[in-house]
Design a protein around this ligand. Structure first.
Ligand SMILES: *Cc1c(COP(=O)(O)O)cnc(C)c1O
Length: 255
């Protein structure tokens, strides 16, 4: 990504506005179907998209953005420093040795899946100052974290084993610079949207077994193809990329 990436053209901006409004309408329809008073947070997943696309979405009122890759997040956060209410959420697998790089720029981490990662986040977030308008999930300067659960038991993917969840949650509760807000999952990517529903229900049941809404108010689940199913299952944060920004350019070096 070039530091002085050009702004979107008028027609790109209009297409983005159209897609964002369509997602907002889908979200509202799903909420009224489920009789939800409080709509879930819409996290716009901007991985692979240029900073200019984030700037354009921000101008349309979008404030929360999800990124998967540390280097990309850092570059974008620096290019978009002037957007004072912008919040970046880390949603991809996070390596412990990268935590120090994201610490100044991340306003939430959805992918905590080990005690060691949690401890490193707690260490690197100590003493960090966060302007009130950048705080996600309530006005609290501590970093909001989600524990990611490997809900389908796919060993190669991120997320902790459900059997390890209790220990991770206890550790998160006793951390001082991070605060536990909820659970996150990514169902198998080849699942049909309707099949995702059973994984979403499984995550909600885990929440109920581990302290319920009082301890774990947020459930981060649902993407472009299945977020309506996630909302019906109790999602409070949907992570939507393609439906907002269009197809992602292929990732350099990706397998
Ligand atoms: C890429 C990604 C998304 C968004 O996916 P879309 O299908 O483009 O909406 C959501 N969550 C995670 C963890 C992702 O990696």
């Amino acid at each position: 990504m070039a530091p002085s990436a050009p702004a979107l053209t008028d027609s790109e901006r209009q297409a983005l506005a159209g897609r964002l409004h369509e997602v907002q309408a889908r979200l509202e329809a799903a909420c009224s179907d489920a009789s939800l008073a409080q709509p879930p947070l819409l996290l716009a997943v901007s991985k692979g998209q240029p900073a200019a696309a984030i700037r354009a979405a921000y101008a349309l009122g979008q404030r929360d953005f999800g990124e998967n890759y540390v280097q990309e997040l850092v570059e974008k956060a620096e290019a978009l420093r002037d957007l004072s209410e912008l919040r970046f959420h880390v949603i991809g697998h996070l390596q412990r040795n990268k935590v120090k790089h994201v610490a100044p720029h991340a306003q939430a981490v959805h992918s905590v899946d080990s005690l060691l990662l949690l401890a490193e986040l707690d260490r690197r977030m100590a003493g960090r100052e966060v302007a009130p308008e950048r705080r996600a999930f309530g006005n609290d300067a501590r970093l909001p974290v989600f524990v990611e659960v490997s809900i389908a038991g796919e060993a190669q993917k991120g997320g902790c084993d459900p059997a390890e969840l209790g220990a991770l949650l206890d550790a998160a509760d006793s951390a001082s610079s991070v605060r536990l807000v909820g659970l996150m999952c990514v169902p198998p990517l080849d699942a049909e949207p309707e099949q995702s529903r059973k994984y979403f229900d499984a995550l909600r049941r885990l929440r109920d077994e581990h302290g319920g809404v009082a301890r774990l108010p947020e459930l981060s689940m649902g993407m472009t193809q299945d977020f309506e199913h996630a909302i019906r299952a109790g999602s409070t944060v949907v992570r939507v990329g393609t439906a907002i920004f269009g197809p992602r350019p292929p990732r350099a070096g990706a397998a």
